[in-house]
Unconditional design. Structure first.
Length: 296
């Protein structure tokens, strides 16, 4: 079996897991986060294709697909190949600003999906248009705002998101239904330091499908791919120190780590490191996760 066939089988399994898990009441549709990660240890050894662009289901933490690219700058061209591996109809795709591209938005809406994109300086005209909407709101623009406050991890984080439909009919960005302004104010009580950030975004979701509160949840959900996948592979599986370099082995090992994480999350383990310790001591339970039941 070659690498692509191997990935296809794992992707089919991952989609079955996502399909069997109900989404949260406030998130009736499956949301998928896109992001890339470099296999640093393998890259140092000169292995090709050590930057992997991955797609992860927000609510389950299962990797649906991954695609090898030469480096982070090539994610823009490689993302189409990744999207071809995904079921997009009826699903929402989130991403960081690097992948906020016209062709990406067009592909998603053409396939019956929706997107939530962060807009920065790589799309200067779109960013300028959105910033103007919130700096000088046009007459009759009915903007809607939501606000959240989170306290924990030694900080207080406030978020304000405001949405607008003012660019419908003005901007030719594919599928545009709303734009938004998201402000973050983070305060560290112990040090008194503060951090303020304002970002802009665009989505194909209309207001009746995505309130400001839901858009805020979707934007924050993009971080699931860092917290539930990349961080776990680095810290729990020590991926960045792996120096395998021959052929497709770095890619295949990453796929196996993704699958192990997905199996554990699908089985309800909230802490992957603790689950690995438990299953290392009880290998029969580990075998049961892949359908192998040994007779006494």
């Amino acid at each position: 079996m070659n690498r692509d066939e191997f990935e296809a089988h794992l992707g089919a399994w991952a989609n079955s897991v996502v399909g069997s898990r109900l989404t949260a009441p406030d998130m009736p549709e499956v949301a998928i986060a896109l992001d890339g990660k470099t296999l640093r240890g393998s890259k140092k050894q000169g292995a090709p294709g050590t930057h992997l662009l991955s797609a992860l289901a927000h609510h389950v933490g299962v990797t649906l697909a991954q695609y090898a690219v030469d480096d982070k700058t090539n994610e823009i061209t490689a993302v189409e190949s990744l999207l071809c591996q995904l079921v997009l109809e009826g699903r929402i795709v989130t991403m960081d600003a690097l992948l906020t591209q016209r062709h990406v938005a067009q592909t998603i809406v053409d396939q019956g999906g929706d997107y939530v994109m962060i807009v920065k300086d790589n799309q200067p005209q779109l960013r300028a248009d959105i910033e103007l909407v919130f700096t000088l709101p046009p007459a009759g623009d009915q903007q809607v705002t939501a606000h959240t406050v989170d306290i924990g991890h030694g900080r207080i984080e406030q978020r304000n998101i405001t949405t607008s439909e003012a660019l419908i009919g003005y901007s030719d960005w594919p599928g545009l239904a709303q734009v938004f302004e998201l402000g973050r104010h983070v305060m560290f009580p112990k040090t008194g330091k503060e951090r303020v950030e304002v970002v802009y975004g665009v989505t194909s979701l209309r207001p009746e499908r995505a309130t400001p509160e839901r858009l805020l949840t979707l934007v924050r959900g993009q971080w699931q791919i860092e917290n539930k996948l990349h961080w776990v592979r680095d810290v729990t599986f020590d991926e960045d120190r792996s120096q395998v370099r021959c052929g497709n082995i770095p890619h295949v090992m990453a796929a196996l780590r993704n699958t192990a994480i997905g199996l554990l999350r699908g089985a309800g383990y909230p802490n992957i490191a603790a689950a690995c310790r438990q299953l290392a001591a009880q290998p029969l339970q580990a075998l049961a996760l892949i359908g192998i039941e040994l007779e006494n």
